[in-house]
Design a protein around this ligand. Structure first.
Ligand SMILES: NC(=O)C1=CN([C@@H]2O[C@H](COP(=O)(O)OP(=O)(O)OC[C@H]3O[C@@H](n4cnc5c(N)ncnc54)[C@H](O)[C@@H]3O)[C@@H](O)[C@H]2O)[C@@H](O)CC1
Ligand SMILES: [K+]
Length: 507
């Protein structure tokens, strides 16, 4: 068992892949072995997390997740801890493994109670073994069977877990969270994020839903125990994090010059005159990020007719759009581009060998079939394209609702990558990078401080810099997303995070 380090990459497996692994592992082991291992691992982690707990309360559901909780109760009881269990199951209706666990726990004298002890305090521990992957029903955006709201007893136990002052250890997955998508099933979402510390012990595999959408907030710290079956794991469904170089430059030969690291041109920043909304800051932010991200030269083509602004940073060069040498450039198009970007897109789509399309550039493609076809045609012409939508922009591109995108972020990103034959970064909690023929990457870095104006422009610029330095689109996008998040994770606690300072802090 180990804590999941966000510095390393990890394989993620869907519920279906985990079930395949479970069946293969169970076939080669004596009955009930996996559940006993799961219970023992849960008990070990419980003892390590709360060594001084006066009381451990375990809420167990009707299925095998509850069985894991019963096995953990037995281990903790045998270790001399004060344990009580609230079990929603019935011996006659329980699955075989869980029934066997109940029998062993009962015979050993584990205490069963209708609810939690009334005096659970901050030093105590709750174990959430109500629902695991049995809840999951992965579906493409908008699909999936309707789900029923939790019953009264289940709802009460969930509430008790969420309002307790004691630390909560979730077995396999926080109850009610879909392990594939990171979304709560109907009726299961908490009213607010619980205050007590939270841990999740994922069993057999790490699942994608633990790290995207609501997963990060639901899980707290994530641990993994492969129950001794890691060698049998099938092909991964996705990957958490990336080990691509932080920055391509440190490996560059000594005899490098500014042309060695590529030219990035940021095209965006609609002027105040066009529609009364000046958005040139977005273009400058992207350009600054490209500069700090290691691009050799960075140009800015503002969509601001007649503007004579000097660059706010002297390393940046101004260009008129008609003076851009497209075939030599990595173009970052759309940041603050407003309506004006639409007129530039035909040239950018047709001529830029490497293109990052952000914000208004994406909205323009979503609303114009000819631009969408031009984008899709780039792959056949050997031109690299990266889209960086947030969920609303992704919904426009997929012609669905934001809720449908968020219902399965991994599937939505893959659907977009397929539709436009390019790399896609679906932003939001647990950003997903997907490319045709590549394992999708879920980003584990970053935090809510990134939810401030301009950070998306910074990301687009950084991706452009990495693409210009020769990384593949998938590497450029996934590694930039990780570096962007890591910069936020390392941000000094007492300092406000602004997009401009973030751009300067990039590595
Ligand atoms: N069988 C085994 O040997 C192993 C099982 N394991 C555990 O077993 C879990 C999966 O077990 P199950 O397949 O039994 O599934 P779960 O125990 O996760 O859930 C199944 C139960 O939840 C109920 N349920 C599902 N959706 C509901 C909803 N929306 N509202 C109310 N109730 C709902 C079902 O009626 C059923 O009683 C894993 O998450 C893991 O914890 C692991 O320990 C690996 C080994
Ligand atoms: K659980």
């Amino acid at each position: 068992m180990h804590a999941i380090s966000l510095e390393r990459k990890h394989a993620l497996h869907s519920v279906a892949a985990t079930r395949t692994l479970e069946a293969a592992a169970a076939a080669g082991l004596p009955a009930h072995t996996l559940m006993r291992r799961a219970g023992a691992a849960t008990a070990r982690l419980a003892l390590a997390l709360a060594p001084h707990a006066r009381h451990v309360w375990i809420a167990c559901g009707r299925g095998n997740n509850g069985g894991d909780g019963l096995e953990a109760a037995l281990c903790l009881h045998l270790a001399g801890r004060a344990v009580s269990v609230t079990w929603l199951g019935e011996p006659d209706a329980a699955p075989a493994d869980a029934r066997a666990a109940w029998q062993r726990a009962s015979e050993a004298g584990v205490v069963f109670a209708p609810g939690p002890p009334t005096d659970l305090g901050p030093g105590d521990l709750c174990i959430d073994a109500l629902l695991g992957i049995g809840l999951s029903a992965s579906a493409l955006p908008g699909g999936g069977p309707p789900r029923h709201a939790p019953s009264g007893a289940l709802q009460e136990l969930l509430q008790a877990l969420r309002t307790s002052q004691a630390m909560v250890l979730a077995v396999d997955v926080p109850s009610g969270l879909d392990a594939d998508t990171g979304q709560y099933a109907d009726g299961f979402a908490p009213d607010s994020i619980p205050m007590a510390p939270r841990h999740t012990l994922s069993l057999l595999t790490l699942k994608p839903g633990l790290f995207t959408a609501q997963g990060r907030d639901a899980c707290g710290s994530v641990w993994l125990d492969d129950l001794g079956c890691g060698a049998l794991a099938p092909r991964a469904t996705a990957q958490l994090g990336t080990e691509h170089p932080v920055n391509a430059r440190p490996q560059a030969p000594h005899a490098s010059h500014k042309g060695s690291f590529g030219d990035v041109a940021v095209v965006g920043g609609e002027g105040l005159a066009a529609r009364g909304m000046g958005m040139t800051g977005a273009a400058w932010l992207a350009a600054r990020a490209a500069l700090h991200g290691g691009a050799g030269r960075v140009m800015v083509a503002l969509l601001d007719e007649g503007a004579t602004t000097a660059p706010p940073w002297p390393e940046l060069m101004l260009r008129r759009v008609d003076a851009l040498d497209w075939p030599q450039l990595t173009a970052v198009c759309g940041c603050g581009g407003g309506e004006a970007v639409r007129a530039v897109l035909p040239a950018a789509l047709a001529r830029a060998p490497r293109l990052v399309l952000d914000a208004d550039g994406l909205n323009a493609v979503a609303g114009d079939g000819a631009l969408a076809r031009a984008l899709r045609a780039r792959a056949d012409a050997g031109l690299a394209s990266i889209l960086t939508p947030h969920p609303l922009e992704a919904a426009r591109l997929l012609q669905c609702t934001t809720a449908q995108v968020q219902a399965n972020r991994l599937a939505a990103a893959q659907a977009l990558a397929g539709r436009y034959a390019c790399t896609v970064v679906l932003k939001g909690s647990g950003s997903v990078t997907a490319s045709p023929g590549e394992l999708p990457v879920i980003n584990a870095r970053g935090n809510a401080r990134l939810a401030t104006a301009g950070t998306g422009d910074v990301l687009a610029g950084l991706i452009g810099a990495r693409l210009a330095q020769g990384l593949t689109p998938h590497q450029a996008a996934s590694s930039a997303v990780q570096a962007h998040g890591a910069a936020a994770d390392h941000w000094p606690a007492h300092q406000a995070l602004t997009a401009s300072a973030l751009a300067a802090a990039l590595q």
